[in-house]
Design a protein around this ligand. Structure first.
Ligand code: ADP
Length: 268
């Protein structure tokens, strides 16, 4: 049996008259990479803030790691929800600031996390960083103190394909090599398709569906066939009486195309 590290039951939250979370039941298992997918405004950030104790809720309950007291376990959760870094400081100086603020005694901790996110060689100040570097610094800050659970709110927002691939690779490393349970949100389904083990689909404050990667793959009664002539293939199917139920541009192939065109790949 998988062990639930986070269990939210029947959570309701409103801002004034506006209900932003409705009867949300969410279970996260230890060791999972859980992808929370939903459009902008669906309630992902609010859900994370409630989980972290940064925001109040009206109804429901939260149980963290079967503990009576959630406060103790919250110290083991690292998170990236937006970020506040000083533009005139280097990555090292910014992290040193947060290390002290978080009460982490080990002075080597900043260097350790900088190496993990591969920013240890960077000497310039924050204002000169690419979006990808800024996000990686945000993740470095979230993993200061080596948390058990990592919450990343839209970590790939605004990144180019290489930046997105870097963040994905980092999530897999933190989960695989450091044993962190990762909860990551995105408003783009395809983005986490090969990274997350389980997906929660949130829409207008309701968690409408939870599906594992295996179920998702099984559900798709489809194979990918690369053809020499798409028009003739379409016609042949039509003539054979086979209906095309869905035709879509494959997101991965676009990415492959991008990397082939410009060099670099996901494994670099
Ligand atoms: P997401 O992270 O999925 O984009 P949010 O959790 O940020 O969604 O927002 C959910 C809804 O709650 C949105 O309609 C948003 O406008 C509203 N909302 C978020 N924060 C506040 C706030 N502090 N005051 C009022 N409404 C808010």
């Amino acid at each position: 049996m998988a062990e639930a590290v986070i269990s939210m039951k029947e959570i309701e939250k409103s801002y004034g008259k506006h209900k932003v979370l409705r009867d949300v039941n969410l279970e996260i298992n230890r060791g999972d990479i859980y992808g929370l997918i939903g459009k902008n405004g669906a309630g992902k950030t609010t859900l994370f803030k409630i989980l972290l104790g940064l925001s109040e809720y009206e109804k429901g309950s939260i149980q963290l790691e079967n503990q009576k007291n959630n406060t103790a376990f919250r110290k083991k959760i690292g998170f990236l929800i937006g970020s506040n870094f000083f533009s005139y400081m280097t990555a090292r100086q910014n992290l040193e600031y947060y290390r002290v603020l978080k009460g982490i005694r080990d002075k080597k901790e900043v260097e350790r996390v900088l190496k993990i996110v591969e920013l240890d060689q960077v000497k310039s100040t924050y204002k000169n960083y690419s979006m990808g570097m800024k996000q990686r610094l945000g993740i470095a800050n979230a993993i200061l103190g080596n948390p058990d659970v990592l919450i990343l709110d839209e970590p790939t927002n605004g990144l180019d394909p290489q930046g997105i691939a870097d963040v994905r690779k980092l999530i897999q490393k933190l989960n695989g090599d450091y044993g962190m349970t990762v909860i990551v949100s995105s408003h783009i389904l395809g983005e986490l398709q090969n990274t997350a083990h389980r997906f929660g689909i949130i829409n207008e404050g309701t968690l409408v569906r939870v599906i594992t990667r295996e179920e998702l793959q099984k559900k798709e009664d489809a194979v990918r066939i690369t053809v020499s002539d798409l028009e003739r293939a379409r016609k042949a199917l039509e003539e054979a009486g086979v209906e095309i139920l869905e035709e879509k541009q494959d997101a991965n192939s676009l990415e492959e195309f991008y990397f082939k065109l410009l060099g670099g790949n996901e494994d670099e």
